[in-house]
Design a protein around this ligand. Structure first.
Ligand code: ADP
Length: 400
């Protein structure tokens, strides 16, 4: 019997491992084409002056963003299910987090004619220590739901806090809406996977029924709670309570200078212009290279494109580049091997180049993994024009 149990366990471990590999691969395989779609589409948004074309392109942008959210949800969900989700705790600013949430939500609320309000006491601690990405994800999810399931009226986020012993603070985020509400008998099902309630009302609203299940699991992982009070037909209040560590004395102060919505991004001009900067882009996928080149066109940066690790080494031996954008998953020699080789090469003229890994691998904790491997920074695909520009501004020499 013991032998049989041992065999079963090995089989289960193997299956679990296969699932992880499958996830990492799927994440990569799905994000790569979305990267191309979003990148090419961003170029249409930047370059077309044709109103009808711009309208089509905006719809493509909005649909691809939704697709990306769904893919991320499925990945997160599977990660949590297989126990692979780990919290990454770091210092962060609650004020920045709230401002970002505001920016993400205000356009959607305005589109539906809903009033969006954030009530945050000015003395709420700002300087916190915790997994910012997951805290943000949880609150964003609940805010997005509130906006999604409210046809008229308002959505209000109210933050409250209570300092506790040992440098801890208990934070409460309550999101109240005047939406469709949830029947009492359905509240228990809300957090189940793929479960949507009020089918007759919500079937026309996009959703997978995964959001709240992820919220519930993430909150549990962070030792917090999420609760719901709702009156069918009137509205709901979702309350998330989390404990975070205090990292300093600063307070969030006034959020009043809440930025106006940027709208769907069609950036007016580039963040910078650097005609003397040399960037080497390495990716085995030619469409991705075209995306990078197109996204950087207006910055006037000199972009050289190559399609393999081997060609990257040759280029670095010939020319001094300021920044190397290096894809991770490439056949023959992947990005990590290429970086190691770059560091070993005696005749590397780009020794001082900052090397940024570009990757469609979105599994949690990869950022740390890449920094540990020696990359200077990390950029996830699909690459956003604005994010790419921000990274380059950080790493290009000012004189360029
Ligand atoms: P999705 O929104 O993708 O369907 P969620 O897991 O986020 O999935 O939500 C599950 C279900 O809970 C939704 O389908 C909806 O029926 C209900 N729900 C969630 N938030 C609200 C809300 N603010 N008001 C009314 N119903 C909600």
């Amino acid at each position: 019997m013991l032998e049989r149990l041992e065999r079963e366990k090995q089989r289960a471990d193997k299956a679990n491992e296969a699932k992880s590999t499958f996830l990492a691969n799927m994440s990569h395989e799905i994000r790569t084409p979305i990267n191309a779609v979003m990148g090419m589409n961003e170029m249409i948004l930047r370059e077309s002056a044709e109103p009808a074309t711009l309208e089509y392109a905006k719809n493509i942008q909005s649909a691809s963003k939704t697709l990306l959210v769904i893919i991320n949800d499925i990945l997160d969900f599977s990660k949590i299910e297989s126990g692979m989700m780990e919290l990454v705790e770091e210092p962060y600013s609650l004020k920045t987090l709230l401002k970002d949430l505001w920016t993400e939500c205000i356009a959607r609320a305005k589109d539906k004619g809903l009033a969006l309000t954030f009530n945050v006491p000015e003395d709420t601690p700002d300087d916190l220590f915790g997994d910012e990405v997951r805290v943000r994800q949880v609150i964003l999810n609940i805010l997005t739901n509130a906006i999604k399931y409210t046809m008229k009226g308002s959505v209000t986020l109210t933050v409250a806090y209570e300092k506790q012993a040992q440098g801890l603070v208990k934070l409460s985020f309550a999101v109240a809406d005047t939406g469709i509400g949830i029947k009492q008998e359905n509240i228990g099902r809300l957090f189940g996977k793929f479960d949507r309630v009020n089918e007759e009302q919500v079937h026309a609203i996009e959703g997978t029924g995964l959001g709240l299940s992820i919220v519930d699991k993430l909150v549990t992982l962070m030792n917090g709670t999420v609760t719901v009070e709702s009156e069918y037909g009137k509205g709901s209040v979702f309350t998330v309570i989390l404990q975070q560590k205090l990292n300093g004395e600063a307070t969030v102060g006034s959020l009043k200078e809440q930025p106006e919505p940027r709208g769907e991004q069609v950036s007016a001009g580039p963040l910078f212009v650097a005609p003397n900067a040399k960037v080497l882009a390495v990716d085995d996928n030619k469409v991705n290279l075209a995306v990078i080149r197109g996204l950087l066109r207006k910055t006037k940066v000199q972009v050289t494109c190559v399609t393999s690790g081997r060609e990257c080494l040759e280029a670095a031996a010939k020319e001094r580049y300021d920044v190397i954008l290096l894809d991770h998953m490439m056949p023959v020699m992947d990005g990590i091997e290429t970086l190691e080789e770059l560091n070993r090469m005696p005749d590397n003229r780009s020794r001082d180049a900052k090397v940024i890994v570009l990757t469609a691998n979105a599994i949690a904790g990869v950022r740390e993994m890449y920094l540990e491997k020696g990359f200077d920074d990390y950029l996830a695909k699909p690459i956003e024009g604005a994010a790419l520009e921000r990274l380059l501004v950080k790493y290009l020499p000012p004189e360029a």
